[in-house]
Structure formats: structure tokens, C-alpha cells
Design a protein around this ligand. Structure first.
Ligand code: ADP
Ligand code: MG
Ligand code: ZN
Length: 614
């Protein structure tokens, strides 16, 4: 477009020059400019007539013989010019201050008229033309700016990506493990497929649907699949697209989005990551009416003014519903909340199935086992694992992806990419080996701890120098007190081992301590598992959609607070002691296994069991 405009300007210039040249050529052939002295001579000799006198110049007709006289006056010798001059019958001369001119003309009996000079032409030239040029340049520049990707002129335009009818090409087939959410959305699909019919049957459709769930569980995917299933247009925009530097731009975008949607109905407006836009008002540290607030208000207004009868459904996704402005969640707005939760083992198996559809699997790959190895993982993680496994298989020149590739991929995703470049000195490595062996032995001994799958001292990722992977045999939603205590002992097993062997702990236990402390805190404050404090919950966890999300007053005294701290400390100390006892009792095993680990870097679960039983 930019190129085109430049071309047309060049064409315009060429045409303009051409016309100028033509005019000059034609003009010069019919009229000749004479000097004032020549004019005076011609006048004296009665060779001119029919003068038109204006402010600036005089025009007139030549009489017979005038041309010849002019030629002699000019001492013209060039035949060509002589011939040209012969054919001209009109002349023009620039007027001079000559008070006797009129008298002279009258004496000679020459016809003359005076004429007002045509001033509007001059006005036109001196005013309109520059303005026109200015406007042209302006329009050209604006177009240029507007041309490149939204640009300057498009500030108020919504940045929504629009997928027309069915173009998302996704269906519920592509989303797995979120059956409940799909069921809830089926009604919406029915409505979008046939809004009129739905209305006449008296169905009431929610205006706004909020998809809530942790990151990577497939909220965005699900929204697109709804559009795909219903075969309607899908206007997708991210909450952060509304947040701009200029006040009022976000609001303009919201208006534009809704007017676009109206034209495309039936369709879905999807606002991804709405928390960027819908943060509770009044949370802004700057204060005053800020841009976000204005945008949010505009969104609320548009939603209120919107009629579902038109067949537009507004969907939004967030992983932080608790920070959303309560006004967004009121009835008539995003009043329907669909939970998109982390998938359970069955769900993960299905997600593995969806993502392995397009890759070649070896016979030994069991998706169910893979699902059991990935508790707590979400769809995005699983997609990542499959991708990683495929890459590993390719790197090893395999035709199929084998179970071993998946196992390695899972480890990578869990602990970050293998960092071969990191070198630990001998002492550090020893420390890590004893630390991890500590975890592993405590986990193997305690009855309620999850069995160990693998112990490794190959450093991975940024933080972990070594790791012990435990394999829960099933997803757990409920844990008993003894299970929690055993887990804490396992977490502190690393620190205990370091203390037993080296007489002091290292900084490597930081992460373990954090996790153990958090767990102890929950036991005391939330689960009522402390005998001293009794079955009281001090952890008034906020309900999902609270009217005032940011107020969380402490509801117990300072004395209670101190007691809680003491209880937490007691539980932690007891756990550490438990780990300590287990390891002290098996100090020979600890040393033996740690040395095996130092040698081989990795020990798997079965090997560990064998070593312990020896
Ligand atoms: P969210 O929006 O909840 O953060 P996304 O929808 O962006 O998550 O998911 C990212 C990617 O992870 C998807 O493109 C898809 O490949 C994969 N994924 C996530 N959840 C699922 C699921 N339930 N079924 C299949 N694939 C999934
Ligand atoms: Mg998303
Ligand atoms: Zn540890």
C-alpha cells in the first residue's frame, strides 16, 4: 500500500509537469510578450488595437505590419523565430507607470478597455493550493502510519483476532480430561447453533462465562473448541491488549470489539487472561481514575447493554479469579463459572492420547503408566512432554517413540533440562549424594511415604543439584496426619543425612525446609492436626469469589500466633528427629548407597530396594 501511494504521487507529478509544458508551448505560440519600449513604438506607429488594460499588464491585438516592425525592432535574424512571430496576433506587456498613456491612446483613436484583474485565481493559488497540498501530505502520512500493523490510526480499534465461522477448527475431541467443563458448555453450543429456536423454547442463556483454572489446563483451548463445535465466529482478545498507555484507548477498544461482535453474530467474544484488565478497582497503587478502571467500566457497560438474543456469548478465562473485580462477577455479567481443573489420572491418559495421535509410538508405550507418572501435571505440561519425547527419539534416530524417551522427557519437564555443563567439586557432589540418599532411605523405610522411583545427582535445571523422584501410585486428594508426618520426615531426610555425616547441614536443604514448613503450617492452621491448639482452623481461606478480595484480617491474638509458631516448630523438630533416627540406625547403608550413587550418579527404585535389603 505504501508503495502504491508513492507510485501514484510520481504519476501525479509527471502529469502535472506535462500539462505545464503543454500549456507553456501552446501559450507561447499564440501570444508574445513585448517590452514596454517596443509597445510604445508600436503604439506610436498605429500598429496595435483593442487593448485590455489591467492593474499589472496590457494585452492587445497586432494590426497588419506589426509583426514585421517587431522583427526589425528586435533585429531578429533567425528564420525560425521570424516565422513564429509572423503567426502571432496577440501581445502582452507589463505595465509601467505611464500617466500619459490614456491621453496617447485617445489621441491615436485606439480601442481600449480596463479590466479588473481576476483576483480569485490568485487567492486560489495562494491559499487553496497550499492547503490542498498540506491535506494531501497529511492524509498520505496518516495512511502510511495506519498501514503498518494497526498503527497510529488504529489505536481505538480492537486488536481482537477474529476467526470466522468454524475457523478455529478445534472440537471437543482436541480437549481431554475436562468433561465436566465440556458438559457445562454444551448448552452454550446449542444456543449458538440456533439462537432463535433456543429463545422460543424459553431457554435462558448466560451472558458471560468465566473459565477458571490453573495455567495450562486448557482454558484457551476449550474456548476455541466451543467456537469450533458451534461453528461460529470467534473474536479472541487478551486482557492485556486493553491495557494501554493512553487513557481512553482501552475503552474505545472495548466499544469497537462489541460493535464488531454485533456484526458477526452469532459469535463468541473471548477475553483471555481477563485478570489483566479486570483487577478489582481501587487496587491501583496510584489512585484516581486510571486507564484500567475506565476500560473495565466500559466493559461492564457494554455487557449490561448487550442483548443475548443477538447471539453473542462473552467468554473469559482467568487463573486468578480472586483478584477480579466483584462487579465483573455479578449476575448479568460473568455469572457462570466453569472450573477447568487439573486433570486426574484418567484425564491425563486421555490428554496423552490426544497429543500422541500424530506421533508414532512404540508398542511398549503405555499411556496409563505415563499418566500415573505425571500427577499434578496439566495439559500444557503433557503436550510439552510428548514434544520432548519425540525430539529425544529423533535425536536417537529412532522410528518410534519408546517408553524410555517418555521417561526421560518427564524427568526433564519435572526438573528442567539436563545441565551437563555444571560441574560440582568433589565435596559438593558428596554432599548432594548423601543428601539425596537421606531422602531416599527415609522414603523407603516409612510406611506412609510414596515409594522412590529414582535418585539422581545429575544436576538439572537452575536450582536442583540432585533429586529424588517418588512415584505416587495414585492421585491423592486426602492425606491423613501420619501420611503428612511421614512426608515431612522424607523432606527433612536430606538435611538429617548431611548433619549425621558432616556434622552440619548445607544450603542445599533450603527448598526442603520451605516445603516442610509450609506443610507444618497447614497442619496446625488449616487441618486442626495440632493437639495443643485443637481442632481449630486459623486459616480462614478466602472463598473463591469474595466481595472484597484483598481484605484478609487476622482473626486470632498475638498469643495464639506465638503458639502456632511453637507448634509448627515442634512438628518440624519431631520430623527431623524421626529422619535422624532412621538414618542413624542405618548409617552403614547410608554410606554404602551414597557411594554407589556417587559412582553411578543415578539409582532407580528397584536397585535401591535391593541395596537396602542386602
Ligand atoms: P490455559 O489457557 O488454561 O493456560 P491453554 O489452553 O493455553 O491453557 O493450553 C496450552 C496447551 O496445552 C494447549 O494448546 C494444548 O496443546 C495443551 N492442553 C492444555 N490442556 C489440554 C487438554 N485438556 N487437552 C488437550 N490439550 C491440552
Ligand atoms: Mg490461556
Ligand atoms: Zn533435598
Amino acid at each position: 500500500m505504501e508503495k502504491k501511494t508513492r507510485f501514484s504521487i510520481i504519476y501525479f507529478l509527471i502529469a502535472f509537469l506535462f500539462i505545464m509544458a503543454l500549456e507553456y508551448y501552446l501559450f507561447s505560440r499564440t501570444i508574445v510578450t513585448v517590452s514596454y519600449s517596443e509597445f510604445k513604438v508600436l503604439l506610436k506607429e498605429n500598429l496595435i488595437d483593442h487593448l485590455v488594460i489591467t492593474q499589472g499588464n496590457i494585452e492587445g491585438k497586432f494590426l497588419k505590419g506589426a509583426q514585421d516592425r517587431l522583427i526589425t525592432l528586435r533585429k531578429e535574424s533567425d528564420e525560425q523565430s521570424k516565422k513564429q512571430l509572423q503567426e502571432i496576433h496577440t501581445f502582452t506587456v507589463v505595465r509601467m507607470d505611464d500617466p500619459d498613456l490614456v491621453k496617447e491612446l485617445t489621441e491615436k483613436g485606439i480601442n481600449y478597455t480596463a479590466k479588473q484583474e481576476v483576483t480569485w485565481v490568485k487567492t486560489l493559488l495562494s491559499w487553496i493550493v497550499p492547503i490542498l497540498i498540506f491535506v494531501a501530505v497529511w492524509v498520505y502520512l496518516l495512511r502510511r502510519m495506519g498501514g503498518a500493523g494497526g498503527g497510529f490510526m488504529a489505536v481505538g480499534k480492537s486488536k481482537a483476532k477474529i476467526y470466522v465461522e468454524g475457523e478455529t477448527k478445534l472440537t471437543f475431541e482436541d480437549v481431554a480430561g475436562v468433561e465436566e467443563a465440556e458438559d457445562e458448555l454444551k448448552e452454550v453450543i446449542e444456543f449458538l447453533k440456533n439462537p432463535q429456536k433456543f429463545q422460543s423454547l424459553g431457554g435462558k442463556i448466560p451472558k458471560g462465562i468465566l473459565l477458571v483454572g490453573p495455567p495450562g489446563t486448557g482454558k484457551t483451548l476449550l474456548a476455541r473448541a466451543v467456537a469450533g463445535e458451534a461453528k461460529v465466529a470467534f473474536l479472541s482478545i487478551s486482557g492485556s491488549d486493553f491495557v494501554e498507555m493512553f487513557v481512553g484507548v482501552g475503552a474505545a477498544r472495548v466499544r469497537d470489539l462489541f460493535s464488531q461482535a454485533e456484526k458477526l453474530a452469532p459469535c463468541i467474544i473471548f477475553i483471555d487472561e481477563i485478570d489483566a484488565l479486570g483487577k478489582a478497582r481501587g487496587l491501583s497503587p496510584v489512585g484516581g481514575v486510571d486507564e484500567k478502571e475506565q476500560t473495565l467500566t466500559q466493559l461492564l457497560t457494554e455487557m449490561d447493554g448487550f442483548d443475548t438474543k443477538k447471539g453473542v456469548i462473552i467468554m473469559a478465562a482467568t487463573n486468578r479469579p480472586e483478584i477480579l473485580d466483584p462487579a465483573l462477577l455479578r449476575s448479568g455479567r460473568f455469572d457462570r463459572h466453569v472450573l477447568v481443573d487439573r486433570p486426574d489420572i484418567k484425564g491425563r491418559e486421555e490428554i496423552f492420547r490426544v497429543h500422541t495421535k500424530k506421533v508414532k509410538l512404540a508398542d511398549n508405550v503405555d499411556l496409563r503408566v505415563l499418566a500415573s507418572m505425571t500427577p499434578g501435571m496439566v495439559g500444557a505440561d503433557i503436550a510439552n512432554i510428548v514434544n520432548e519425547a519425540a525430539l529425544l527419539a529423533v535425536r536417537k534416530n529412532k522410528d518410534f517413540i519408546e517408553m524410555a524417551d517418555f521417561e526421560e522427557a518427564i524427568e526433564r519437564v519435572i526438573a528442567g533440562l539436563e545441565k551437563k555443563s555444571r560441574v560440582m567439586n568433589k565435596k559438593e557432589k558428596e554432599c548432594v549424594a548423601f543428601h539425596e540418599t537421606g531422602h531416599a532411605i527415609v522414603a523407603s523405610v516409612l510406611p506412609h511415604a510414596d515409594p522412590v522411583r529414582r535418585v539422581s545427582i545429575i544436576p538439572r535445571g537452575i536450582a536442583a543439584l540432585g533429586y529424588t523422584i517418588q512415584l505416587p501410585t495414585e492421585d491423592r486428594y486426602l492425606l491423613t496426619k501420619s501420611e503428612l508426618l511421614d512426608r515431612m520426615a522424607v523432606m527433612l531426610g536430606g538435611k538429617a543425612a548431611e548433619e549425621i555425616i558432616f556434622g552440619e547441614a548445607s544450603t542445599g536443604a533450603k527448598n526442603d525446609l520451605e516445603k516442610a514448613t509450609a506443610m507444618a503450617m497447614s497442619m496446625v492452621k488449616a487441618y486442626g492436626m495440632s493437639e495443643k491448639l485443637g481442632p481449630v482452623s486459623f486459616d480462614r481461606s478466602r472463598p473463591l469469589f469474595l466481595e472484597t478480595p484483598w481484605s484478609s484480617p487476622k482473626e486470632y491474638s498475638e498469643a495464639t500466633s506465638r503458639e502456632i509458631d511453637e507448634e509448627v516448630k515442634k512438628i518440624l523438630l519431631e520430623s527431623l528427629e524421626k529422619a535422624n533416627d532412621i538414618l542413624t540406625e542405618r548409617i552403614e547403608k547410608l554410606k554404602q548407597i551414597a557411594h554407589v550413587l556417587l559412582e553411578r550418579e543415578v539409582i532407580d527404585g528397584d536397585e535401591l530396594k535391593r541395596l537396602l535389603q542386602e
